[in-house]
Design a protein around this ligand. Structure first.
Ligand SMILES: Cc1cc2nc3c(=O)[nH]c(=O)nc-3n(C[C@H](O)[C@H](O)[C@H](O)COP(=O)(O)OP(=O)(O)OC[C@H]3O[C@@H](n4cnc5c(N)ncnc54)[C@H](O)[C@@H]3O)c2cc1C
Length: 409
């Protein structure tokens, strides 16, 4: 849509083909009927330094709808959570002691925040650069766990320019849009339509090739092929390689050689606030043994009032694309993320209760058919167990398991 905005202002008449029936792509959202705002399918925010994005929003005249709350990102050390989203907070973090390592961490952080010489950094991986300048202890304690979490087996290949860009861009205030990111995409699409851009939703493209008579032909799966002067593809590089096999072989090989990770994110709606300290983003290094890498309490960023008082929580992880999580249903993923503690507890409770009820019935109500009393007891016990197990237990489990209610600073 950003490209269409530039094209239309340069005098072209673009058409956007989109396979789904909504705009927004990875940044799209969904809405329960009783919510005023949508929730992003994957957690999303802007930094105050996202000059291009904020510039575009400004050009669209939508900047009044951008909000910049100040949520907290925290990191764990010895069972406590510490804010870790500004140089000052990072310096206060006790994970590095208070000696030379803290000093090296601070100086390296300061250098990366102030330098613009990313070309020099691009010659190194994070691993080699950080080990050299920040030291082994700082690297292994602070940066390596985050890299492993985000890039899995590829973590040693991550380029230092990527790390520089992450640290440089980070601001303590994070941006969102009134109504959610889906609202932004919808408002953006509306502006584009008003300027003559055509949207062909629910129109997947299956093939793209140059037309012998000039131009480029695209093949929508549900319409006749259409030829345009130019085509810009904004799918993933792998999808582009499949769609356009006629691309020059070296370019095609480059697209196919790119490695990538996938993101799996489970969105939960809870009755309780998880972090009463108001923490938004919990970084959870893989070595702590949680079944996910990040817990993000969206409603510690935007008010739960927009979601009928519900508390929205993301549990996310970055994984190799062949990881079994990607083929699980949401129920199966929930079972992985919230291990069967509740179910097991409910079942044991139900069986013990059934046995107790049956014994009482056998002793005191011997005139009535003992088989039916037994059956009734089991039914009542399961109903009670279900009610006890279903209400707020998932929030209680998370509170307990994540130790987020525990001492924190
Ligand atoms: C977990 C996660 C968190 C993120 N958090 C942030 C964040 O906080 N801030 C931020 O700025 N960015 C974030 N991003 C990145 C951001 O979502 C992407 O950079 C952005 O969505 C890319 O937009 P795009 O239009 O280039 O691609 P996409 O969003 O991937 O859109 C591609 C579109 O192409 C459509 N399509 C695919 N194949 C076809 C086909 N054959 N025919 C027709 N249409 C097709 C898809 O349906 C989709 O709508 C995050 C991404 C993830 C996964």
């Amino acid at each position: 849509m950003a490209a269409a905005w530039d094209f239309v202002r340069a005098g072209h008449t673009p058409t956007i083909y989109e396979s789904t029936n909504f705009v927004g792509g990875l940044a799209s959202g969904f809405k329960a009927p009783h919510w005023d705002w949508s929730v992003e399918k994957f957690y999303h925010h802007w930094f105050q330094s996202d000059a291009h994005m904020l510039g575009l929003i400004n050009e669209l005249g939508l900047n009044e709808k951008v909000l910049f709350p100040r949520p907290y990102t925290v990191l764990n050390h010895n069972g406590k959570w510490y804010p870790f989203d500004s140089i000052l907070n990072a310096l206060r973090y006790p994970g590095l002691g208070w000696g030379l390592n803290k000093l090296r961490f601070g100086l390296v952080g300061l250098y990366l925040r102030t330098t613009n010489n990313w070309r020099a950094l691009e010659q190194h991986t994070v691993e080699t650069w950080m080990r050299k300048w920040a030291g082994d202890r700082v690297y292994e304690q602070m940066w390596q766990p985050l890299l492993i979490g985000k890039f899995g087996p590829f973590y040693k290949d991550v380029n230092m320019a990527w790390m520089w860009a992450r640290l440089k861009a980070r601001t303590t205030r994070l941006g969102t849009y009134q109504g959610g990111f889906q609202q932004f995409s919808d408002d953006f699409a509306e502006k584009l339509r008003g300027m003559g851009v055509t949207f062909a939703l629910e129109t997947p493209i299956s093939k793209i090739h140059p037309d012998p008579a000039g131009g480029v032909t695209i093949h929508p799966t549900n319409q006749a092929p259409v030829t345009f002067d130019q085509v810009l593809v904004t799918t993933s590089p792998g999808q582009l390689a499949q769609l356009a096999p006629a691309l020059p072989p070296t370019y095609l090989a480059g697209l196919q050689a790119l490695k990538h990770m996938g993101a799996v994110v489970l969105v939960l709606s809870l009755k309780h606030q998880l972090s009463e300290q108001g923490y938004y983003w919990f970084n959870i290094p893989k070595n702590l043994g949680y079944p996910f890498l990040a817990v993000v309490e969206h409603t510690n960023f935007v008010s739960p009032a927009h979601f009928g008082g519900e508390h929205i929580l993301y549990c996310g992880d970055y994984l190799p694309i062949d990881h079994p999580y990607f083929s699980l249903s949401k129920e199966e993923l929930l079972a992985q993320f919230l291990p069967g503690k509740k179910a097991a507890g409910s079942a044991v409770f139900a069986l013990v209760a059934a046995l107790g009820l049956w014994l009482v019935a056998k002793r005191h109500l011997f005139l009535v058919d003992i088989f039916w009393i037994g059956l009734l007891s089991i039914g009542v016990a399961f109903a009670v167990a279900y009610l006890l197990g279903s209400d707020d237990t998932e929030a209680a489990w998370l509170l307990e398991e994540l130790d987020i209610t525990g001492e924190s600073v």
